[in-house]
Design a protein around this ligand. Structure first.
Ligand SMILES: Cc1ncc(C[n+]2csc(CCOP(=O)(O)OP(=O)(O)O)c2C)c(N)n1
Ligand SMILES: [Mg+2]
Length: 632
């Protein structure tokens, strides 16, 4: 037998067999690249991938297990949550039917690509052979019949291919695996599969299905770039590190601590980078930017050299380019992706975070920031932690404050728990208030900040780390948008602890609306009032605890923080998914960041509050910087 011996399979059977044989490797550890395949079947995939997954389940159980989801967007979120928890070394495939099933995955694809998380999407597509067009759910594009709704995946995927002919499959599969396992270019990978092609048989070379290992590289810095970066850092009197998600994906937290300690450089964290240092590390300043701590933001404001590591410098991180206020501030950017490394006109160090930190530590041996500098940072961090302690224990009445809920969940999570969140007012509060004790204990999706990620993403996190308790914090708005994967958790016996924070609407957007002079318009869940004709009646009578109960979830209704703590300790003993419902007062502000976020305000308005907001906005924009000064 040799590698070219034929194996006769359908395209879909070949895909399943190929995926089951793929592995990733980094630092000598191999693991299957795919933990399974999520799917929802329709006429666009049931006879192709559905049949193939069934055959695999019967013939080679466990090689690519099928998981049933309730919503295609949610299954992509679960895959993304899984991939993030596994540092992008493993993920899921997701199969959908044609048309709406496929386009439901587009939001999930965008989320994965923004967060640089590998997910493999296999949407069904219209017939390649076109025997009876248009088929059910086909959107006919008059400009050309080779376009389908799946072309909408192109801008949100890092790799897209459509398998018009079976012969194209091997190269498409190899290209897809390369993209998934490339740390600089990973994200959503889409292989669109016309429904007829999925079922067509062909003789495949046996070698296509051989066990294959994709080595995830740790690119080392180029010596000249290292010397340039070290030179800029040596010139600093007030250096600050911005640790992004790349630090965590690279597994570079120990190297970060060693580098920061040796050089006496305080460390701030983005949302994806939170947990890079434990919250009580002597050099940890916590969250930076619009949702940052006063400690991080005050140090950032006066920094002369900012060392970004594995960050893409979103507007939240830079406080819309106001966070770094020293007129001569310079940036050194360590990033595996060149496109991020050159941001803010920084001195680019294109490399894996761990490899770069080790190299920088060597290049800067014996050098450190001026004496007393680290102590200044330490004092600011301690003052912030006292503010956190107060926010955790406000004793607000009659309804508790959200910060107290975060405090109770933080206590319940201990050293090993994982908190999951994505949208609403909680991500900002979590960013500055959550005490991280482990690099994988904080999982807030803030690249796409997608309402509805929470429960589905939390499911993926738990599947990736079954030994850890997963706490999903979800607002009532996000819950109403996408809670249906609770049924998947029940079906699979996957234990997540969902803490549902009820505040009758979009507290976050309400607060933001007020700052831009839009008066909280349309942000609360209220009846339309018969007399005013507006949505300013009483609260809607939704009972989301009853909703979760009806899905088969074990539910606790907490009225107070003491009740929440009791429910969380009972939840620890539950075998399956749990939801704890608590109502909070949306009008208690968390300790402020002293930082700005650029959201434009109407330039002309009849409303006086809008006009006032515009004045404030114009004043704030004066502080906005361009960071265009080329590196020295
Ligand atoms: C899919 C999606 N649609 C809209 C938004 C804009 N948005 C951000 S937060 C938010 C409200 C979230 O409400 P809820 O989950 O109740 O959290 P709260 O703001 O009350 O804390 C909205 C509409 C978003 N982030 N994602
Ligand atoms: Mg809400």
């Amino acid at each position: 037998m040799n590698g070219d011996d034929p194996v006769r399979l359908t395209v879909a059977q070949a895909i399943v067999r190929f995926l089951a044989a793929q592995h990733s490797e980094r630092d000598g550890t191999e693991q299957p690249l795919f933990a399974g395949c999520f799917g929802i079947f329709g006429h666009g995939n049931l006879a192709g991938l559905g049949q193939a997954l069934l055959e695999a389940e019967l013939k080679t159980p466990g090689t690519l297990r099928y998981y049933q989801a309730r919503n295609e967007q949610a299954m992509v979120h679960a895959a993304a949550g899984f991939a993030r928890m596994r540092d992008r070394l493993a993920t899921f495939a997701c199969t959908s039917s044609v048309g709406p099933g496929a386009t439901n995955m587009i939001t999930g694809a965008a989320l994965a690509t923004i967060n640089r998380l590998p997910v493999l999407l296999l949407p069904g597509d219209v017939f390649a052979t076109r025997p009876a067009p248009p088929v059910l759910q086909e959107l006919e594009y008059p400009g050309g019949y080779d376009v389908s709704v799946n072309d909408a995946f192109r801008p949100v995927s890092v790799f897209f291919d459509r398998i018009w002919r079976p012969e194209q499959l091997p190269s498409a599969l190899l290209g897809a695996m390369r993209a998934l396992t490339d740390p600089a270019a990973t994200g959503a990978v889409t292989l669109a599969l016309p429904q007829d092609v999925q079922t067509e048989a062909r003789d495949w070379p046996r070698a296509l299905f051989a066990r294959r290992v994709w080595h995830v590289p740790r690119p080392v810095p180029e010596p000249a770039a290292l010397a340039r970066a070290a030179g800029v850092i040596r010139s600093a009197a007030r250096p600050v590190i911005v640790a992004g998600g790349g630090v965590i994906y690279s597994g570079a937290t120990a190297e970060l601590a060693a580098f920061a300690e040796a050089a006496g450089i305080p460390v701030t964290e983005t949302q994806a980078g939170k947990g890079s240092l434990p919250y009580d590390h002597p050099l940890a300043l916590g969250a930076i930017g619009s949702t940052g701590t006063t400690a991080a933001n005050r140090m950032a404001a006066r920094a002369d050299v900012v060392i970004g590591i594995g960050t893409r410098y979103s507007d939240f991180t830079t406080a819309s380019r106001t966070a770094f206020a020293d007129p001569d501030v310079r940036f050194v950017n360590v990033n595996v992706a060149a496109a991020d490394a050159v941001k803010l006109a920084g001195t680019a160090l294109v490399a894996d975070a761990r490899a770069a930190l080790t190299a920088l530590a060597g290049a800067l041996a014996g050098w450190s920031a001026p004496p007393g500098y680290a102590q200044e940072a330490r004092e600011l961090a301690q003052a912030w932690d006292q503010a956190v302690g107060r926010a955790y224990a406000l004793g607000h009445r009659p309804l508790p404050a959200q910060s107290e809920v975060i405090g109770a969940v933080n206590d319940a999570a201990g050293t090993d728990g994982v908190v999951v969140c994505a949208a609403g007012s909680m991500p900002g509060e979590l960013h500055r208030l959550w005490r991280t004790r482990d690099p994988k204990g904080y999982h807030v999706e803030y690249g796409y900040s997608c309402m509805g990620y929470e429960i589905a993403g939390g499911l993926g996190v738990k599947m990736a780390a079954p030994g850890r308790e997963v706490f999903v914090l979800v607002g009532d708005g996000s819950y109403l948008m996408m809670a249906q994967e609770l049924v998947t958790a029940v079906q699979e016996g996957i234990k997540i602890i969902v803490v549902l924070v009820q505040n009758h609407g979009f507290a976050s957007i309400g607060g933001l609306s007020e700052t831009v002079g839009a008066e909280r318009f349309g942000t609360e869940y209220r009846y339309r009032d018969a007399r005013s004709g507006r949505l300013d009646g009483g609260h809607l009578p939704v009972d989301l605890a009853a909703n979760a109960e009806s899905l088969g979830v074990r539910v606790f209704r907490a009225q107070t923080i003491a009740g929440l703590r009791a429910a969380l300790s009972q939840a620890a003993g539950e075998p399956g998914p749990v939801l704890v419902h608590i109502e909070t007062d949306p009008n208690v502000p968390a300790p402020a960041s002293e930082a700005w976020w650029d959201v434009p305000v109407a330039e002309v308005a009849d409303l006086e509050p809008t006009r006032r907001a515009r004045k404030d906005y114009e004043a704030a924009r004066q502080r906005q910087r361009t960071y265009l000064q080329p590196p020295p």
